[in-house]
Design a protein around this ligand. Structure first.
Ligand code: NAD
Ligand code: G6P
Ligand code: MN
Length: 445
């Protein structure tokens, strides 16, 4: 039986991840066939760089797909089945501010964690809501699969502002960690692993991992993680593409694991459990945003320009990684009713029994044409419960601050982050953040 062809719009067409997703879509024409592929962005010049290369790739490898690149919302969002979103409101230049301002005050400066993540959340909310509204206006039956960060705060905002919209917020970090775990255990790939996991986005723990035959993988894994974190035993066995800063994060998982050796942690927990280590190892003048601008952004755009200039992509270095694989697999599960098990960010609603039902949690879900059905992870221990409740409250306060334009609530949110030592430091960071976010945030009262 032939599969019904899909129409997809990638929102944030100018993202450094777009070309990778296009490669993955093209490689998956047998499993997820396309009739149309559109790009949408609010920065035409930036999107054009990626679009000119992707036009060549599509023409060369899958000419049956109609390709459109546009900055017109109506053209972009009309007649689509899926919106794959990954926008960065304020761009990498504002990410740099999110990272450097907290560091200046001796606090973790991170894209999605702590005050930097909250500042980014205040920028992202209106951008993502605008995309949801375009989708509902022009293609009310479509699904939006959203990577735009900070996914936890964006998810809470969509729950509050558009509770009935067909948006699924997602993260590729658990998949990336499971890829490393598969390598560590010598499994073919991460799809061999069946997991139980609970938490928030960038804030969760695995309680179980088995292979598809049901064999427990945890004892061997725990032994490895205790020594090496999620890094390989010898440096040569780590992926060639692994950057030093990410390798450090994978290694640091060893110390995060030590705090609760019953579970396996998400790597992002290092920012909450070892903020002192993170700050003392950061360079306040050159943060991850600088690394990304100097490497991924530069390299992806240079390759896109090369492909566009030569009008061929036969030898292109653009690759589809796990990031692209996960979003395309999710779209496939929704379109073709595969009932696959995937970690998604959804309303708790009982999935974690002893925390707020309205929290947006990250748990395994069964995905099919009916949408997603979260699996119940049961009651969680006090350590994780305490951490999660503090973090959920901080994330909820950011969204309340946005909705009420409340300085007080945003100050409370910053103060409540486990990365921030006091209300006075929170206030200093907040005041600096207000200054640089004038163009993006609502005015706070
Ligand atoms: P990027 O800056 O290279 O790309 C983002 C694109 O979004 C830009 O082309 C920009 O012009 C566009 N954009 C910004 N605001 C917009 C708006 N309001 N409407 C339409 N387009 C808009 O960023 P990147 O490094 O490629 O990352 C893209 C996003 O994906 C970020 O939010 C990043 O955090 C997120 N991300 C999330 C995950 C995850 O696990 N959830 C993984 C990887 C990346
Ligand atoms: C992981 C996380 C994303 C985050 C990204 C940052 O993939 O899941 O949420 O955006 O890392 O990566 P970068 O290379 O931009 O620092
Ligand atoms: Mn993520």
């Amino acid at each position: 039986m032939s599969l019904e062809k899909q129409s997809v719009v990638i929102a944030g067409g100018g993202s450094t991840y777009t070309a990778g997703i296009v490669m993955m879509l093209i490689e998956n024409q047998d499993k997820f066939p396309l009739r149309k592929l559109k790009f949408y962005d609010n920065d035409k010049a930036r999107q054009d760089i990626v679009a000119k290369a992707c036009e060549v790739i599509v023409k060369e490898r899958a000419p049956h797909i109609e390709f459109i690149s546009t900055v017109d919302p109506q053209e972009a969002f009309t007649d689509v089945d899926f919106v794959m979103a990954h926008i960065r409101v304020g761009g990498l230049k504002m990410r740099e501010k999110d990272e450097k301002i907290p560091l200046k005050h001796g606090v973790v400066g991170q894209e999605t964690c702590g005050p930097g993540g909250m500042a980014y959340g205040m920028r992202s909310i209106p951008g993502v809501i605008e995309l949801v509204d375009y989708m509902e206006k022009y293609s009310p039956n479509a699904w939006m699969l959203n990577y735009s960060n900070p996914a936890a705060i964006v998810a809470e905002a969509t729950r509050r502002l558009r509770p009935n919209s067909k948006i699924i917020n997602i993260c590729d970090m658990p998949v990336a960690i499971k890829k490393s775990i598969a390598d560590i255990l010598g499994l073919k790939d991460e799809k061999e692993i069946v997991d139980r996991y609970y938490g928030l986005n960038h804030f969760g723990w695995w309680t179980e991992m088995t292979d598809r035959q049901g064999n427990d993988l945890m004892p061997k894994l725990k032994k490895h993680i205790k020594k090496y974190g999620y890094a390989a035993e010898t440096a040569d066995d780590n992926p060639l593409s692994a950057e030093a800063s990410w390798m450090d994060t994978f290694q640091k998982a060893k110390d995060v694991f030590a705090v609760d050796p019953e579970t396996l942690p998400n790597t992002y927990l290092k920012y909450y459990l070892y903020p002192d280590y993170v700050v003392s190892h950061a360079n306040p003048d050159y943060t991850r945003a600088n690394e990304v601008m100097d490497n991924r952004e530069k390299n992806v755009f240079a390759e896109c320009e090369r492909v566009a200039n030569t009008q061929t992509a036969v030898d292109t270095s653009i690759e589809a990684g796990e990031h692209a694989e996960f979003i395309v697999q999710l779209a496939g599960a929704l379109a073709y009713n595969t009932y696959e098990r995937m970690l998604l960010i959804v309303r708790n609603n009982g999935a974690i029994a002893n925390i707020d039902q309205d929290a947006m949690v990250e748990v395994p879900c069964i995905v099919s044409k009916r949408g997603y059905e979260p699996l119940c992870m049961g009651t969680i221990p006090d350590f994780q419960k305490g951490m999660i409740e503090q973090q959920v409250s901080a994330e909820k306060l950011v969204v309340q601050a946005y909705l009420e334009q409340s300085y007080q609530k945003l100050w409370q949110a910053f103060t409540l982050s486990k990365t921030v030592p006091s209300a006075s430091v929170a206030k200093e960071i907040l005041d600096d953040m207000i200054e640089v976010n004038k163009e993006w945030w609502p005015e706070l009262n």
